[in-house]
Design a protein around this ligand. Sequence first.
Ligand SMILES: [Zn+2]
Length: 203
Amino acid sequence: MNYKQHTFAYQERKVSLIERAKKASKKAMTYRPFNVGCAVLAYSETEQKYKIFVGANLKPAESAVKVCAERVAIMNAVTADYNFIVAIAVYGPPQKDAASGVESPTLHPCDVCRNTLRDLIVNEKILERVVDFDTILLTINSIDDQREEMDMKELFHIHSTSLEVHGLISVDEEKEEYGYLIAPPTEPATLHQWLLRYGYGKF
Ligand SMILES: [Zn+2]
């Protein structure tokens, strides 16, 4: 399947993706007012068809482990045999990223989701390639309707998500395999960023 066709399919279904993500956000089960909906455009090799799957976030209590809309939507697609994710649309209120410290105009997938996406891409020896570096991310601010569009490479770059984490791939292998580093090793610029980097940022 060439990616041009996927991109065309995405452009055709972009409005539906946004609508479905927005609708899914209303089903979120969350202890605080933080409703997130996700709609993924998935492709089935066997059926040679595209279909949209949705998910919403689940965190009924502050102490509960969070289940994010993105991972729910991806697994909804995969369990229905639509096992390639062409695009991921996320609809929700923006908030400062607790792990990277980045304040983006729209809500980006959190560090748990980013690491999951990264693992799905680089850990191809044991897992089917469900997402790719070219998988599109469309994020929609549920408060002011601002939008951002990027691919996985850009998402990882913005949040300095290294492929090296968890020892899946070394920095040298990363360079060799992909011709560049997803996250150049930059030093945090401020004390706040240092605290975030080393896990003291959950305040
Ligand atoms: Zn998440």
